[in-house]
Design a protein around this ligand. Structure first.
Ligand SMILES: [Zn+2]
Length: 247
């Protein structure tokens, strides 16, 4: 069977076991180095959500993966052609509307599977979560991978903050869509170990301003499909745990 929400019929979802859980992958259309596709975060967030749905099914919980939220706020990468950055208010409003629509149909939980860590995107998601928690019956789950406890379970590179289009994301790109990874380019790139959260706190506002003239940080050449598969399994587990504890 499919775990994708929109591949089901309305009758499939009507017959799904209660409580029904909706998983919302959040990605971006954003520059990810000269070796990974603009859709990298979409691929990662959907893989995370699909793995989460599978693990929840093992626990007897019916979960379905909504279509990926692909247009998000990505101001750090907007200087690179291909990035499509929309305002945080637009993202918040859309997530709130999606949550309201699901709540009106008795969906018990909306869980956000986010793979896009631009601070503007995180802010827009927190804002939407807050609004839905105040006004709606639906339980909203948002395991933010950049925060404890979740961050502590991720790779060394991720925790170093050099987590854009490097080893962490590149590995998942290779695992999910190897045909979209430019391998010759990837293995030729020197490591760029810039701790992005510190640069952001210091007031930097673009990838170029923190030395990312090619829109990547971390170590792309160290990526592997094997690490990507392991990380996706871990992200799915994190999502499933977060949902299970809300039910
Ligand atoms: Zn990314």
């Amino acid at each position: 069977m499919t775990y994708r929400w929109a591949d089901a019929t309305w009758a499939d979802l009507d017959a799904a076991r209660e409580p029904l859980v909706a998983l919302l992958p959040v990605g971006a259309v954003e520059a990810h180095g000269p070796h990974l596709p603009l859709a990298t975060d979409n691929l990662i967030s959907e893989a995370m959500a699909l793995e989460g749905a599978r693990l929840l099914a093992d626990r007897g919980v019916s979960a379905r993966v909504l279509p990926v939220l692909t247009y998000t706020a990505a101001p750090f990468a907007r200087g690179f052609r291909g990035t499509v950055s929309v305002s945080p208010a637009t993202v918040s409003a859309l997530v709130v509307d999606v949550g309201r629509a699901l709540a009106a149909q008795g969906v018990a939980v909306l869980a956000i599977a986010n793979a896009h860590f631009d601070p503007a995107n995180l802010e827009s998601l927190y804002s939407a979560v807050e609004t839905l928690r105040q006004e709606s019956e639906i339980k909203v789950v948002f395991p933010d991978l950049t925060r404890r406890p979740w961050a502590l379970r991720l790779s060394e590179e991720f925790q170093s903050g050099a987590c854009h289009a490097g080893q962490y994301e590149g590995s998942m790109g290779m695992a999910v869509a190897p045909e979209l990874v430019d391998e010759a380019e990837r293995v030729s790139l020197p490591a760029a170990p810039v701790p992005l959260p510190e640069a952001i706190q210091a007031g930097k506002q673009s990838f170029e301003a923190v030395g990312g003239s090619q829109a990547y940080f971390g170590d792309p050449a160290a990526a592997s499909a094997q690490e990507g598969q392991e990380t996706i399994a871990l992200l799915g587990e994190i999502l499933a745990e977060a949902v299970a504890s809300a039910l």
